[in-house]
Write a protein that binds this ligand. Structure first.
Ligand code: FAD
Length: 507
């Protein structure tokens, strides 16, 4: 058993920024971060475009950012939350800079602001096309400097430890020794990120399997808006399953056109904002074009753009294309939509509190009400920064009464059991990913959703027996979690009537 004051599950922007603040405020308290891969592996690390923040009040304003967020969320955002998140952006940016993160500036010394779909102004603060990498580097560096923070990498959180609707910690698998450790904590923060690998074709790295949401669901937290999944319109097309390289929306903001194989700039037919319509519209339009033509991908045409400026802004994208033989000065880039972001998740209030006492959630695994039916591009890093600060402030001012652990509940019974055949988990995972792409993708059909529900229930029952009779492993738990998330997405999609934001359903 390990005892800690603050247990943080996940080491992306949400978990790390909370850790830095709480560790600074309470140098005598123990802060423990468990994370299932290398410490820096996270969706955060791959964020390209940047953070949407109003920094230039001559052209831009909070009001414009608020309006853009509300339009994108299609009537389902919580207006108070939107106002709070947008107006706190500049303070959170200052903190990141103080922690050592660097953002691009113009020759005049102002922030070099990018523009992305759904934004009426240039307001995306960025570090080349590697903003997430830069943020993760800076905050992880801060975390490593704090004497009262322990980072345990390759530690996979299995389940929360709860009693009488109170979270008392979590059960965690040390992936190197296969030991299951009980963590007792005063407060627990779920900062476990997204769900991309449920769809197979995704911009998310392999860690994105929805673990935190599934754990919270098993512990009876409220989970909402799971039907609102954002598909990024422009992932680099290739035929493999797995993480897809993202061609940032900022490339379209920079002037790139979307074309069909025949050269038709089709977005002009769908929306007056053309390539800079919000992501749901661009993804749904591409989906329609591909269904019409039976082509496998559409193309991003950058051939008319200033090459030197392109390379300066998007060095990683330029190099990646070059490495696979695409010369962006002459060739169009093949792209397809891929799962990118989950707008829903664990319901939290304005202090990041879940429905379970002493359990908080932050970042992509949480549902704050900011995104409504669709996230405005580059609002997610901002949301994580603002909410980790809210949780910090709440906990800094809250007295805590320690509860004794029930020795029976806090003990994970360890019995020698056989190991599951990994062919089984691999086969079900591939089947699950295909099912989600075909039956719960960009455009959903009522009958497909019901078929998916049946199959998911069958897998869930199967997994329940397998989990009881086999050795606990990360792959088994991730699969179980992904099936739980699939069920939540499908069931909440069945319940929702009428198209909204990223959600499109036909009868
Ligand atoms: C390619 C790409 C580009 C993006 N571009 C942008 C952008 O430009 N602007 C923007 O605002 N947003 C962008 N996003 C979205 C944004 O990056 C994420 O929403 C945000 O970083 C999520 O941060 P997080 O801390 O909530 O989760 P993450 O950064 O994903 O961190 C989750 C952490 O939890 C750990 N974890 C998960 N499950 C467990 C478990 N069971 N046990 C222990 N640890 C666990 C993971 O290992 C990881 O450390 C992008 C996302 C991707 C994938």
């Amino acid at each position: 058993m390990i005892t800690t004051n603050y247990l943080i599950i996940g080491s992306g922007v949400a978990g790390l920024t909370f850790a830095i603040k709480i560790a600074d405020r309470f140098p005598d308290k123990k802060v423990t971060i468990v994370t299932k891969s290398n410490a820096d592996e996270s969706n955060t690390k791959y964020a390209q475009g940047g953070i949407a923040i109003v920094t230039d009040e001559t052209e831009d304003s909070y009001q414009k950012h608020i309006e853009d967020t509300l339009i994108c969320g299609d009537g389902l955002c919580n207006v108070e939350v939107v106002k709070m998140v947008v107006t706190e952006g500049p303070k959170r940016l200052k903190e990141l800079i103080a922690w050592g993160a660097k953002f691009d500036k113009t020759a005049k010394g102002n922030f070099d602001l990018g523009k992305e779909g759904g934004h009426s102004q240039n307001r995306v603060v960025h570090h080349k096309d590697q903003t997430g990498h830069e943020i993760e580097r800076a905050i992880l560096d801060q975390v490593h400097q704090k004497g009262n923070i322990t980072v345990l990498d390759h530690h996979f959180a299995l389940d929360l430890l709860t009693e009488d609707n109170q979270c008392l910690g979590a059960f965690v698998l040390n992936q190197k020794t296969n030991e299951i450790i009980t963590f007792q904590s005063d407060f627990t923060l779920l900062a476990t990120g997204g769900i991309g690998h449920l769809y197979g074709h995704t911009t998310n790295p392999i860690i994105a399997t929805g673990d935190g949401i599934a754990m919270a669901f098993r512990a009876n937290a409220t989970i909402k808006d799971m039907e609102f999944i954002q598909f990024h319109p422009t992932a680099l097309y290739d035929t493999s399953i797995g993480s897809k390289f993202l061609i940032s929306e900022a490339v379209r903001g920079f002037g790139a056109y979307l074309r069909t194989k025949n050269g038709n700039r089709f977005m002009l037919d769908y929306d007056s904002r053309a390539e800079l319509a919000s992501r749901d519209i661009v993804s749904q339009s591409i989906d329609l074009e591909l269904k019409k033509s039976d082509d496998k991908c559409v193309y991003l045409d950058c051939t008319h753009l200033d090459l030197e400026a392109f390379i300066k802004h998007f060095p990683m994208i330029y190099e990646r294309c070059k490495s696979i033989g695409i010369d962006i000065a002459k060739d169009w880039i093949p792209v397809v939509p891929a799962q990118h972001y989950l707008c829903g998740g664990i319901t939290v209030d304005k202090n990041g509190k879940t429905a379970i006492d002493n359990l908080f959630a932050c970042g992509e695994c949480s549902r704050t009400g900011l995104h409504g039916a669709n996230r405005l591009a580059s609002n997610s890093l901002l949301e994580a920064l603002v909410y980790s600060d809210k949780i910090y402030n709440y906990l800094a001012d809250t007295a805590f009464e320690k509860k004794d652990l029930n020795p029976i509940l806090s003990n994970w019974e360890l019995v020698e059991k056989p190991k599951i055949n990994s062919d089984y988990t691999a086969t079900v995972k591939t089947g699950l990913q295909l099912l989600m792409r075909q039956n719960a993708g960009i455009v959903r059909y009522e009958t497909d959703l019901h078929k998916a529900k049946e199959q998911l229930m069958q897998w869930q029952d199967e997994l329940e027996t397998i989990l009881k009779n086999n050795q606990i492993s990360t792959e088994l738990y991730e699969l179980n979690n992904m099936i739980t998330i699939g069920n939540l997405i499908v069931q909440q999609s069945i319940i929702r009537n009428g198209n909204k934001g990223s959600f499109k359903k036909n009868n």
